[in-house]
Design a protein. Structure first.
Length: 259
């Protein structure tokens, strides 16, 4: 009897592993349904950035709260987030402009999503902003999966300040904790921010939501501990993964760090 129970468990794990591996793009890059009315209402801020021969990313150049500042910001969103959904937060920040783009295959963008392409696109966005503002300070904010993109850009470019909101350890770590290490080893897109952390040289503020169910707070804390720079950690008590942007303490400390 014990043999058959073990056999059933192993078989179930194998089938689950095969399913996760075959469907990993859909699971990691779920995208979202674009809000066409919101896009139309913000048409004046719209940008279309060519990132390779075939793909252009739709994004926005948003005015923020400090018109005369020589400080601009790039925002990288989460894996199911329309970046324009946090416009009301971004436009309050103490910089002159905020540049933010939906990822390839997200919203109205074409292309095939991948970790490698997201990183390459992040560098292209940085180079575009740098060309638009040659003498400006550039800071970067990354949320959830976007924390890995923000970390990659910061590890490879000159960044004034970095903000990581609900940052990953890695996608692989999440799969290990929710499924198994056996399945995790077959992931193509790992978004290993923990591994990138020692290469980050910009002063960094990390925000953790105490009730985060998407990225366990201990994952974010491990990434914070791996940073070898001037750094600050703020835990937002009572906040969840998706409610952290509505928290007054989060907004206040984000504003203070970027000033």
């Amino acid at each position: 009897m014990k043999f058959w129970v073990l056999f059933a468990v192993v078989t179930m794990l194998v089938f689950l592993g095969v399913w996760v591996v075959k469907n990993q793009e859909h699971l990691i890059f779920p995208g979202f349904r674009p809000n066409l009315e919101t896009y139309q209402a913000n048409e004046q801020y719209r940008l279309d950035l060519a990132v390779d021969d075939e793909i252009s990313l739709m994004g926005w150049n948003l005015p923020a709260s400090f018109d005369e500042s020589e400080h601009v910001l790039i925002y990288f969103g989460g894996n199911a987030q329309d970046v324009l959904s946090v416009k009301s937060v971004l436009e309050q920040l103490p910089v002159s402009r905020v540049y933010t783009f939906n990822y390839r295959s997200y919203g109205l963008n074409e292309g095939q999503p991948s970790e490698e392409k997201f990183y390459q696109d992040g560098l292209s966005i940085y180079e575009f902003v740098k060309a638009e503002h040659p003498s400006a300070k550039i800071s970067v904010v990354g949320f959830s999966m976007g924390s890995a993109v923000a970390g990659y850009v910061t590890a490879n470019k000159s960044v004034e300040k970095l903000v990581l909101v609900c940052p990953l350890f890695s996608i692989e770590k999440i799969v290990q904790s929710q499924f198994s290490s056996f399945i995790a080893q077959y992931l193509k897109h790992k978004f290993d921010l923990y591994g990138l952390a020692p290469s980050i040289s910009a002063p960094t503020q990390v925000f953790i939501a105490s009730k985060d169910k998407a990225i366990p707070p201990e994952h974010s804390k491990a990434t914070f501990d791996a940073l070898a720079v001037e750094k600050q950690l703020t835990v937002i008590d009572g906040a969840s993964h998706n409610s952290i942007f509505e928290d007054d303490k989060f907004l206040s400390e984000l504003h203070q760090f970027l000033k």
